[in-house]
Each structure stands twice: as structure tokens, then as C-alpha cells.
Design a protein around this ligand. Structure first.
Ligand code: NDP
Length: 244
């Protein structure tokens, strides 16, 4: 299946590392003009060095005012990937208000905010568009030490559905991908211990974690016109974890 984004402009959050970075690079290979948003300038420098056509934006998305200022003038966007997130892991009884707020600010509130900025402009242009939120299998399955992370991703799944409902009439589709563990920086932080990793792998029928490219390919499909009638879904990329 050939996917082309020639003539499209895409914005990817959390594009400095991991899944977001690979998504930004894949989108440019498919012909899109990409705006890459993250909070570490070094990551953006290396990304632009690797792919000079990418437009870098350095901002902490947890800061509503700074994000508004940084993104208001990025120009028309056709494709949005809300990928940035943090995973603050701790036992439920040890969760602090600061960790709770930081996680919800990045994983949920920033998605709402960036999507508002992008979707308002899509609506005004009457151009339609496609938005993919990067959720997780953790949105639908309890995972030890992930109380806040699971809660943010569950909130993100419902935000995805309401966005699909309200933005659909403007031909703006909104879907999520819900991966199992991927061994990025975030994945290694939670699952480097082989004993812990086994607790998840033993519940994945395919018997292994996902690769970054598995997630990127599902994102590209949902962004593309190959999924034109798909709206409001939470697509597992989990080897069957959530099915069992
Ligand atoms: P990484 O930690 O490798 O990359 C996350 C990127 O998001 C980094 O570039 C990071 O920048 C950026 N980011 C984080 N917070 C902010 C912020 N406040 N403002 C701007 N940028 C920010 O994570 P992954 O690639 O693994 O994760 C990508 C997505 O996939 C996330 O939504 C995650 O929840 C989801 N996911 C990941 C899984 C996994 O096992 N890896 C499994 C299921 C879902 P910096 O490094 O500078 O903080």
C-alpha cells in the first residue's frame, strides 16, 4: 500500500526521541512538510541535521502560554500527531499531586490545547484533516505502578472519541494508536528488568514487544486517506494484549 503525503503539512509533538522522532522522519519520507515540536533543543538540532526540511519548534508543552505562543504561527497543518507524553511511575500510595499534575498537563491537557490550535485553523480553512493521538494499552488495562499514566491514557482515549464526534462534521478525523511496550527511552525506563518485562510479554499472543516502526506504520495509516472512513477508534498495536 503506497502512502503519499505530498503537499501536506504535518505537526508531530514529542518529535525529539523515540516514536515521535521516527514518525516525523517517516512523514518527510512520504512527502509531507513536517513541523517537529519538543522541549530539548539538542534533539531538534540533530533532527534538523538528519533532515534539513523539518521545521523545529522548541517548547515545553506543559506550559499552556508558551505552547500557545510557539504554535499559533506555525501555519496551516493537515496532519497532527499528538505523541509527547511522560511516564512518572510510582506505587499508587506514593503518587504526589505534583506528579499527577505534570502527567495530566503533558499527556492530556497539552493534547487538547495543541489540537484546539490546529483544528480551529483546519475548520476555518475548510480543508479537513487527520489527527492521531498516541495512547497506550495502559489506557484499557491496569498496570502496576502506572496509576497516573493509565489514568492519563484512559482520559486520552475518551478525548479522542469526543474530538472525533465534534470535529467529524468538519471532515477532521481523530483516532488513536494504543501500543504495547516499545523499547524507547520511555520503554526502557519501565521495562528493562527482564522479570518485569516477562509479565507483559507472557500476555502478548505474538510473544514480543512492539518495534517503533510498528507504531509509526499504524500512525501513517490513520493519518492517510487509506483510512478515510475510520474515525474515533483506539487502534491497539499490541500483538493481541488487549484482546485476551
Ligand atoms: P520517549 O520518552 O522516547 O519520547 C518522548 C518525546 O516526547 C521526547 O522527545 C520528549 O522530550 C517529548 N516530550 C515529553 N514531554 C514533553 C513536553 N512537556 N513538551 C514537549 N515535548 C515533550 O517516549 P516514546 O517515544 O516511547 O513515547 C511516545 C508516545 O508513545 C507517548 O505518548 C507514550 O505514552 C506512548 N507509548 C509509549 C510506549 C513505550 O513503551 N515506549 C508504550 C505505549 C505508548 P524530552 O526527552 O526532552 O523530555
Amino acid at each position: 500500500m503506497e502512502i503519499s503525503f505530498a503537499g501536506k503539512r504535518a505537526l508531530v509533538t514529542g518529535a525529539g526521541k523515540g516514536i515521535g522522532r521516527a514518525t516525523a522522519l517517516a512523514l518527510t519520507r512520504c512527502g509531507a512538510k513536517v513541523v517537529a515540536v519538543t522541549r530539548t533543543q539538542d534533539d531538534l538540532n540533530s533532527l534538523v541535521q538528519e533532515c534539513p526540511s523539518i521545521t523545529p519548534v522548541c517548547v515545553d508543552l506543559a506550559d499552556w502560554g508558551a505552547a500557545k505562543a510557539a504554535l499559533e504561527d506555525v501555519g496551516p497543518i493537515d496532519l497532527l500527531v499528538n505523541n509527547a507524553a511522560c511516564a512518572n511511575l510510582q506505587p499508587f500510595l506514593e503518587v504526589t499531586p505534583e506528579q499527577f499534575d505534570q502527567s495530566f498537563n503533558v499527556n492530556v491537557k497539552a493534547v487538547l490545547h495543541v489540537s484546539q490550535i490546529v483544528a480551529r485553523a483546519m475548520k476555518a480553512r475548510g480543508s479537513g484533516g487527520s489527527i492521531v493521538n498516541v495512547s497506550s494499552q495502559a489506557s484499557q488495562c491496569a498496570i502496576r505502578d502506572h496509576a497516573v499514566y493509565c489514568a492519563t491514557k484512559a482520559a486520552l482515549d475518551m478525548l479522542t472519541k469526543v474530538m472525533a464526534l465534534e470535529l467529524g462534521p468538519y471532515q477532521i478525523r481523530v483516532n488513536s494508536v494504543n501500543p504495547t511496550v516499545v523499547m524507547t527511552k520511555m520503554g526502557r525506563q519501565g521495562w528493562s528488568d527482564p522479570e518485569k518485562a516477562r509479565t507483559i510479554i507472557s500476555r502478548i499472543p505474538l510473544g514480543h514487544f512492539a518495534e517503533v516502526e510498528d507504531v509509526v506504520n499504524s500512525i501513517l495509516f490513520l493519518l492517510s486517506d487509506k483510512s478515510n472512513m475510520t474515525n474515533g477508534v483506539t487502534l491497539p498495536v499490541d500483538g493481541g494484549f488487549l484482546a485476551c
